[in-house]
Design a protein around this ligand. Structure first.
Ligand SMILES: [Zn+2]
Length: 299
């Protein structure tokens, strides 16, 4: 379905700083990733709108992790119709799963897809950063509105103590994603109140970010929006939806089930078919292989 996309460049993440490093900015386009996720999960339009906001924030938060091996997982556990949303990123490769991707809701009174109803306004955001050494680091904040932009701005301010502006958006209809993306602006230590105020005054520029990035490059937009903030561009990197699952990982998941459950599967004498929640890839393990796993893991 990607041939519906007007903007032909691949998805990407743009980094820059403003006013001699007083603020750092990440901007991302995740249009293709959102379309990929929509197709994989055969998602409802409201689900696509939610995923089209979660993917860009996850991509940008992943972009803040400096270690190449660093992995970030965002779980949004709200009381909405969609259930739990999980999004992971490592080295600019995204994956996303939604508990009830087909759940659909009526349009809101102002004729928008009801993302807040899908996500829920009560619940929490859990962010886990795993640097592949030592214990993973988890932080939690509560949902504010379920619209996601506000919720993540709250997360940064409360859980990471970094004053942040966040705008996320997805433009989609009838299973087709026209644009998905976001912007994250963070005040760095030493940022003056004046710069913070000036940046806050820019919010209307990117309040409708999905429409803005629909047909323009991130760089063009950044130059138009922040011309008088002396933007220093640090680079633009490709971003894509690509699951990191493997047969080996699924085998480990089987081991984790424990002896009793594995014996039950073996005795049923039918292949165990495991489906990845993120990319829906299916992998089958026959009785012989289950017996092997049991032998290998005998205490
Ligand atoms: Zn997968």
């Amino acid at each position: 379905m990607t041939n519906n996309i007007i903007f032909k460049d691949p998805d990407s993440l743009l980094r820059f700083t403003l006013k001699d490093g007083q603020a750092r900015v990440l901007m991302v386009r995740t249009t293709r990733a959102a379309q990929g996720a929509a197709d994989i999960h055969q998602a409802s339009d409201t689900c696509i709108a939610a995923m089209g906001r979660v993917l860009p924030i996850c991509a940008m938060m992943g972009g803040l992790i400096k270690e190449e091996a660093g992995r970030l997982t965002v779980t949004i556990d709200g009381d909405g119709a969609g259930g739990r949303i999980t999004c992971g990123v490592q080295a600019n490769k995204l994956k996303i799963s939604v508990e009830n991707p087909q759940a659909e809701l009526p349009m809101t009174p102002d004729d928008r897809l009801d993302v807040a109803g899908f996500v829920g306004s009560k619940g929490q955001i859990v962010v886990v950063k795993d640097y592949d050494k030592g214990e993973p680091f988890a932080s939690v904040s509560r949902l504010v509105s379920g619209e996601l932009g506000e919720d993540f701005a709250h997360y940064f301010t409360v859980s990471e103590q970094v004053p942040s502006l966040v705008a996320l958006g997805c433009l989609n209809q009838d299973g087709v994603v026209l644009s998905s993306g976001g912007i994250l602006i963070q005040a760095m230590p030493g940022c003056t109140d004046q710069v913070i105020t000036d940046l806050e005054n820019r919010i209307p520029f990117f309040a409708n970010i999905s429409r803005e990035i629909y047909d323009r490059s991130l760089r063009q937009l950044a130059e138009a929006w922040f011309q008088d903030f002396d933007p220093l561009f640090l680079g633009e990197e490709p971003i894509e939806l690509k699951c990191d699952c493997s047969r080996e990982k699924m085998r480990r998941a089987l081991v984790a089930l424990g002896k009793e459950e594995l014996e039950e599967i073996r005795d049923a004498n039918e292949p165990a078919v495991l489906t990845c929640h993120f990319c829906r890839a299916q992998r089958s393990f026959d009785t012989e292989e289950i017996s092997e796993i049991l032998k290998e893991n005998r205490p």
